[in-house]
Design a protein around this ligand. Structure first.
Ligand code: EPZ
Length: 424
């Protein structure tokens, strides 16, 4: 299996162009099921999760055409199969995003339960409950969600007890074709949710309240939608990860093609640690800090501090003076990177969902193993300042969500190679 070899690279400089957001591309690919014609998606990130979901749509009968490296056209006119098989869902749990659109358009579907993953049980009970509230009959048989709505879905009030990103996205897509009005109370407010609503609104759906505590959607009663070309918003988590590369090496780098507002929780935390941050309309520059102060983070739903940046800031905390505290509120097992950071010499103690990181510590390169997408990037960040050489194994996790990561890191001075190696 491939692995990354990284030499200590603690003096970075230059610019990185940020790719389109994986977590916006995925629901928008699913939403093409609601379209009556071809949908052009621009600025789509060339990452494994996106390729898997497009492949899944094609298994159902859709067509897709690669127009260029980051532009694809998808046509779902000929979808004839509405069974989303376990073998694909286990590879990419966001396949659950096909539940809402398939049910809304075809009145039936069978979607494999995603099962858990490294960071937690990842239940989909809220998705299922919402579809039932909208009139679907749902049964769980042999690990599959069997959903039928022969009379189509009906608009209804959906109150989420817990904020769920893909749960909100499934309801938005289902409601777009339902009969009547759906009001979602306590929806997710991520920028990716707002883009999905904006795209559906442009396609003719009456939607309001995206980004607030209440989204109202007036369904088309089964009428397929007319999508305009879509340009995927920049990936705020990729952007935050590269800002952390500048932070952990105390170097000055600039990231381009970003929407600074989407990164406010991240840039505010970096300022609190001691970095000066220069913000332009679509770029952000991090400047050297005189010293790095320990910090506290509690992960929260947007616009709070994102759980998808927790691992990266834990790596950064090893270089901050004092004891930093990170509390993971969203997922029950999102500290898999702690053991690997400790292998590099990090001084971290865990108590339940709280990690205390003693800094500053000199890290020493070693062989480490990626356990999930964002943990992988945390290990890369740690490798930048670890003395000597670090090898990061199982980097298939990384390829799910970071486009051209070696090229982007090399361009700012990181000594990094992707090598073929023995499986670990
Ligand atoms: C989305 O996952 C993202 N994935 C995740 O990013 C991100 O970490 C997560 O939101 C939180 O921000 C995509 O957008 C494709 P949730 P999602 O439903 O939707 C519980 C990455 O790194 N819950 O918002 O699966 C759940 O267990 C990935 O790109 C239920 O209990 O997350 C968790 O504790 C990792 N029942 C909390 O809600 C449900 O039916 C938030 O989960 C659904 C969720």
């Amino acid at each position: 299996m491939d692995y990354l070899k990284i030499e200590k690279s603690d003096n970075l400089h230059g610019n990185i162009d940020i790719s389109g957001a994986k977590n916006s591309a995925l629901p928008l690919i699913a939403a093409t099921i609601l379209s009556k014609s071809d949908v052009i998606l621009e600025n789509i990130p060339n990452v494994v999760d996106v390729k898997v979901l497009i492949k899944l749509l094609m298994m159902l009968g859709a067509d897709s055409k690669i127009i260029s490296e980051n532009i694809v056209s998808i046509n779902t006119r000929n979808i004839s199969n509405t069974q989303v098989v376990y073998d694909m869902v286990r590879k990419m749990r966001a396949s659950i995003l096909l539940l809402g659109p398939l049910l809304a358009r075809f009145g039936k579907c069978q979607v494999s339960l995603p099962g858990g993953c490294a960071i937690g049980a990842r239940p989909v009970d809220l998705h299922i409950k919402a579809m039932s509230n909208m009139g679907a009959d749902i049964s769980i048989i042999n690990g599959y969600i069997n959903a039928i709505a022969p009379k189509g879905l009906r608009g209804s009030d959906i109150i989420f007890d817990k904020i769920t990103v893909t749960g909100t996205e499934n309801v938005i897509m289902a409601a777009a074709l339902a009969k009547g009005t759906t009001t979602i109370i306590n929806p997710a407010k991520e920028p990716e949710i707002v883009q999905l609503c904006d795209v559906l609104k442009q396609a003719g759906v009456e939607i309001s309240g995206q980004g607030t505590n209440e989204i109202v959607i007036v369904g088309s009663d089964g009428e397929l939608l007319n999508f305009s070309n879509i340009s995927i918003i920049p990936d705020r988590i990729e952007a935050g990860t590269y800002l952390c590369a500048g932070a952990i090496t105390n170097s000055s780098i600039t990231i381009n093609n970003v929407i600074p507002k989407h990164l406010e929780a991240i840039t505010n935390k970096l300022k609190e640690i001691g970095f000066d941050i220069e913000i332009d309309s679509n770029s952000i520059t991090i400047l050297k800090a005189r010293e790095l102060n320990a910090f506290e983070i509690t992960t929260s739903e947007y616009p709070g501090f994102p759980t998808d940046m927790q691992a990266q800031f834990m790596a950064l905390a090893t270089q901050c003076n004092g004891v930093s505290t990170i509390k993971e509120r969203l997922f029950e097992n999102r500290f898999m990177h702690v053991n690997e950071l400790q292998r590099l010499g990090a001084n971290i103690s865990l108590l339940g969902n709280v990690a205390n990181i003693n800094g500053r510590t000199d890290l020493i390169g070693a062989d480490v193993m990626a356990t999930d997408l964002r943990a992988s990037s945390a290990l890369i960040l740690a490798a930048l300042i670890a003395n000597g050489q670090t090898k990061i194994h199982r980097i298939y996790h990384l390829d799910r969500g970071y486009e051209k990561i070696e090229q982007k890191l090399s361009s700012i001075g990181v000594k990094i190679q992707r090598l073929k190696g023995d499986s670990v």
